[in-house]
Structure formats: structure tokens, C-alpha cells
Design a protein around this ligand. Sequence first.
Ligand code: ZN
Length: 323
Amino acid sequence: MADPQLLSKVRALIGRQYGRVNAWDEVNAPMIRHWCEVIGLDNPLYTDPVAAAGSCNDGIVAPPPMLQIWCMEGFHINNYAPGSTTDNPYEVLGLIESYGYPSVVAVNSELTFERNLRLGEKLYYTTRLESVGDEKTTGLGTGFFVTLIMEYFAQHTSGDEKVGELLFRVFKFRAANVHAAQAQVVSEPVQAKRPAPGVSDDTRYFWEGCEQGQLLIQRCTQCATLRHPPAPVCTACHSFDWDTLQASGKGQLYSFVVMHYPQVAPFDHPNPIGLIELDEGVRLIAGLVGVTREQLQIGQRVQVEFQTFDDNLALPLFRPLAE
Ligand code: ZN
């Protein structure tokens, strides 16, 4: 049962309106062009002034999903545009957390658009705490669904106009096994474990393969196209039918990063992580072992090996092959 004091404090916050976060920049063509390039949108109505001029929009408009982008704070945390307020629209999460619900997971978000945005428009948004549900228990644990609504406005001299809104819902909860975990802390220090993969019907074959020391790659049984990471449908022929191919485990280092900071247990640091192009043609991301940063080279040959962590988690790792 949730603490009645928490419930009354939460109720008092519902409907509260927070701030105003201003956009740094007007809706502008360079940001639209960069965004379309990154996302892979090639609709000329967003980027080609000539094509856009002949459209019903009578000029370039921003892709609707960019709505959130215009008012983002920038690369530095809390670096909001001048005139923005500093009140915290997430204060209810802090309140719930202070009553012993430390975890949070985003549940869903919905964007609603009223109209297209044109070049030169300046936006801002406000946030409203829409609702906090009754205490619920899910597979993750026990807590509250919190719904926030950000309303976006275009500024006009004649008065501001709502152009869209974003519904953002999170689950603020106490993990299902938190009492057991806390009890353990008292008796003996808990060793940090490797994060376990989220296993679904689409991915189970891969992890079971690892347990058997096999690197299995999904293969479309209609057109034989290999795919990784696992997915329910073939992107080449759209078939749902698939089996697996046991990969040789050999490939080359296509790219890599070396994680220095933050140092997260239980990983060793620096922590080299590779994007491996298997000889079969698909790529996968995996930890690299037996190699230092200085020895890593794009294109070097690597070979899979399997290691078991925390007694039951078999993971594929790649080690450079001797020249
Ligand atoms: Zn196929």
C-alpha cells in the first residue's frame, strides 16, 4: 500500500503547469537539413526550396517529428535559451522517489501535430502534470504511471498559437526484488553483475546458441538473407519464416570504441567494444578481449569465444587472431 501522505502530496501536484522553455533558434533550414540527413528522410518538401515553393505548403516546412527538437536545451545539461524558466517539471518524480520508488522507465510517448511549422517561426513549450495513476504492480515492480504533457506554441505578435503537444509517460517504481536485494546488502556485499540481455521470442535462439558455444545468425528461409540483430521479419523479402546459420565465428574489426569513463562495474576499464563484420556478412557488437587500445586496428581479424559470467550468462567476445 502506498503511503497516504505520498498520495495526498502527489494529488496536490496534479494539473500543475511548469515553466516555459524557449527555443534557441527559429525553425530553420540548416537544422531541418541535418535532421533529414541523419534520419534518412529525402522528401524535397523539407529541404528543396524550389520543390517546396510549388507545394501546398508554399515553402519549406519542418518534418513534424522535429517538434521536440526546436526547444531542446543543447549539448550542456540545463543550458536553456534565454527567457526560459527553471522550475522542474519532473518534481513529482523526486517526490515519489523520496517515498522509496527509485527506479524509472519511460513507458510511452505520443506526439500530436496541429499544423506544419514554417521557417522563421519561434517556439516554446510548457509542461503540465496530467495525471498520476493509482499504485500498480507490474512485472517490473510496484509504482505509479506518471503522465506529463508538453504543449508547444508558436509565438506571434497577434498572440501565441498551439502547434502540437507531446504526451510523455513514465513508470516510477520500486523494483520487484528490491526487498530481497536490500536484505542481501546487509549480510554480504553484492558483486555487480553483467547486465543480462532482454530475451524475447525473437532473440532467444541467439542466447541459447551462446550457451552451447555457437554463434547463430538469423537466416530468412525464403530468400536466405542473413540478418543481425534479430528481427521478426526479413527486410529483403518481408518473410516471417526464418531459421539460423551457425557462423564460423571469424570476422574482421569493422569499427570500435574504447570506453574509459564512466567506469561501471563489473566491466574492466578501459573497455574495448567492437563492431565485428562476420565473414558471413552481418555485423554485431561485442566486447573485445586480449587486446589493448594500441593494438586495435580496423580490419584486423578476430575470432569469437564464449565466456560465462555470473554462473549463467554466456556472452560472445572477440579476440584478435594472431597474424
Ligand atoms: Zn527474405
